[in-house]
Design a protein around this ligand. Structure first.
Ligand code: ADP
Ligand code: MG
Length: 257
């Protein structure tokens, strides 16, 4: 599991909510710089995988590694013990996440949405954070909107701000949870275009949950099909979409073709 090529590794991870097993002894890895898409039916545990990585949910059993370091555990006197808040804080800096519902701060301008975390978490000065924010706003094509509030933007624009906000923390790993699912169809393209641009960054590890199958095909090195808390099948997109090996994968894909 502590393979130095891995950016993310789930080793026999079980996650329960009450009696419900949501991740069932899951083994799942993403290599450094790899672009991986997770597909699967609603309730299969896709968001839970991302939420565990963002330390929004704890695990019941197994180990999660990020950059070859345990995420939910840490070593003390060579013993693996539950992670301290300080360890979690350190690990969180490696990752950024973009949610389905944008999750921008409604009472802050676009610019402040992006400068907050770099100032308060990374300790950048106001000027440094602003310069960095403007560079990422340029990248997502929203320089002209920097002084607006989220409610004054379209859903597609809000999601592009959310992407700029995540990028401003310079994460090694970027997680997307159905980033276009809440958007009107005509706004999906502009968000996918930004993500596609990011997928060309070799060093960036990208883990994306989406139902946009054509997009998954275009940008992923590997597609993983999840069902009932397990990874049922994984393959390069050409293979998985053209010739799925498992009946459950075929049934799921039949609804999208
Ligand atoms: P997906 O993203 O694949 O649709 P999720 O990871 O969101 O699936 O959820 C997997 C299962 O866990 C679902 O059955 C969901 O209802 C349940 N679940 C998720 N979050 C919670 C929670 N906070 N409390 C209770 N059950 C939850
Ligand atoms: Mg989900």
């Amino acid at each position: 599991m502590t393979n130095s090529n891995n950016s993310i590794a789930f080793h026999q991870v079980t996650k329960k909510f009450g009696d419900q097993v949501v991740l069932d002894q899951l083994d799942f890895c993403v290599r450094k710089g790899e672009k991986v898409t997770i597909i699967g039916p609603s309730g299969s545990g896709k968001s839970t995988v991302l939420r565990i990585l963002m330390t929004l949910e704890n695990i019941n059993a197994g180990t999660v590694y990020v950059d070859n370091e345990p995420l939910w555990h840490e070593y003390q006197a060579e013993q693996l013990v539950p992670a301290s808040e300080a360890h979690l804080r350190q690990m969180r800096k490696k990752m950024g996440m973009v949610f389905q519902q944008f999750n921008l701060f409604p009472h802050m301008s676009v610019l402040r949405n992006i400068t907050e975390a770099p100032m308060h978490v990374l300790g950048l000065s106001k000027q440094e954070a602003k310069e960095r924010a403007l560079a990422y706003l340029e990248l997502v094509g929203l320089m002209d909107h920097k002084d607006k509030f989220p409610s004054q933007l379209s859903g597609g624009q809000q999601q592009r701000v959310a992407i700029a906000r995540a990028l401003a923390m310079r994460p090694k790993i970027l997680l997307f949870d159905e980033p276009t699912s809440a958007l009107d169809p005509e706004l999906v393209g502009e968000v996918l275009q930004v993500i596609e641009q990011l997928s060309n960054q070799q060093d960036l590890t990208l883990l994306l949950v989406t139902h946009e199958m054509q997009f998954a095909k275009d940008i992923s090195d590997r597609v993983c099909f999840f069902d009932r808390g397990k990874m049922v099948e994984e393959a390069p997109p050409q293979e998985l979409f053209a010739a799925p090996k498992q009946a459950r994968t075929r049934d799921f894909l039949a609804n999208f073709m």
